[in-house]
Design a protein around this ligand. Structure first.
Ligand code: PLP
Length: 232
């Protein structure tokens, strides 16, 4: 199967999953996760209509960015972001999915301000409570959002999470539903300058469960580009 075939198949699966639960497929954005993949693969995906690319390493995003400079491609930083790497992506990322500390938000705010940008971000939540996972705990989410919402050059658009490896459909749906409930709760807190309209959840192995739970952005790598040579 070619990358184009894979994209068509994923789009069909998104449509089917959305219809099954009465959602509009166009409310679910497909982000092609391009980490470790060569630029040729990205070009093929672009030819087949993909305009949302996700990378989890800032330098890799920065290296691939110029190839699509004059296009309508949007870049998503989806992996853990160290403060000292914000500078590589601040002028390139449309959305940073992985903000989980005030210190990181402060650095993003500072860099965004310097280039006259308001940076859209998501707050990454560790819903499962697994120690290995990055993200802020659900209990700490409201306080963190309130603090970050005071920063003028950042706009909180919603929440992001990664599910637990090896769960079945129901297990994943349960995890993702918890993120959706947290999002509703935060919406009710009326935090100024924070929207909670986006839920970034769902990957190759669990995106249908995520769609049923209310995902608005799924991040799919393997099902589009095939297995990666190494894990990151
Ligand atoms: C790698 C990665 C993905 C994509 O994973 P696949 O299983 O290949 O679809 C999604 N989100 C994040 C944060 C990732 O690091």
């Amino acid at each position: 199967m070619s990358i184009c075939d894979n994209i068509k198949e994923i789009q069909q699966r998104i449509t089917d999953a959305a219809k099954k639960c009465g959602r509009n497929p166009s409310d679910i954005k497909l982000i092609a996760v391009t980490k470790t993949k060569p630029i040729e693969d990205l070009k093929e995906a672009f030819k087949c209509g993909m305009t949302e690319f996700g990378e989890n390493r800032p330098q890799e995003l920065a290296a691939k960015y110029p190839e699509f400079a004059d296009t309508d491609v949007n870049w998503h930083l989806i992996g853990q972001l160290q403060k000292n790497k914000v500078k590589y992506i601040i002028d390139k990322a449309q959305l940073i999915h992985s903000v989980d500390s005030y210190e990181l938000a402060l650095e993003i705010n500072k860099r965004a301000k310097a280039i006259g940008k308001v940076q859209d971000i998501l707050i990454q939540i560790n819903i499962s409570g697994e120690e290995s996972k990055s993200g802020v705990s659900p209990d700490e989410a409201e306080a963190l959002c309130r603090k970050i919402s005071e920063l003028e050059n950042i706009k909180i658009k919603g929440l992001m999470t990664i599910s637990v490896r090896g769960l079945d459909y129901q297990g994943n749906k349960e995890i993702f539903s918890r993120l959706a409930m947290l999002s509703k709760k935060l919406m009710g807190c009326n935090i100024p300058n924070a929207e909670f309209s986006e839920l970034s959840m769902g990957m190759t192995n669990d995106f249908e469960a995520a769609i049923e739970a209310g995902s608005t952005m799924i991040r799919v790598g393997t099902a589009i580009f095939g297995a990666r040579d190494y894990m990151i």
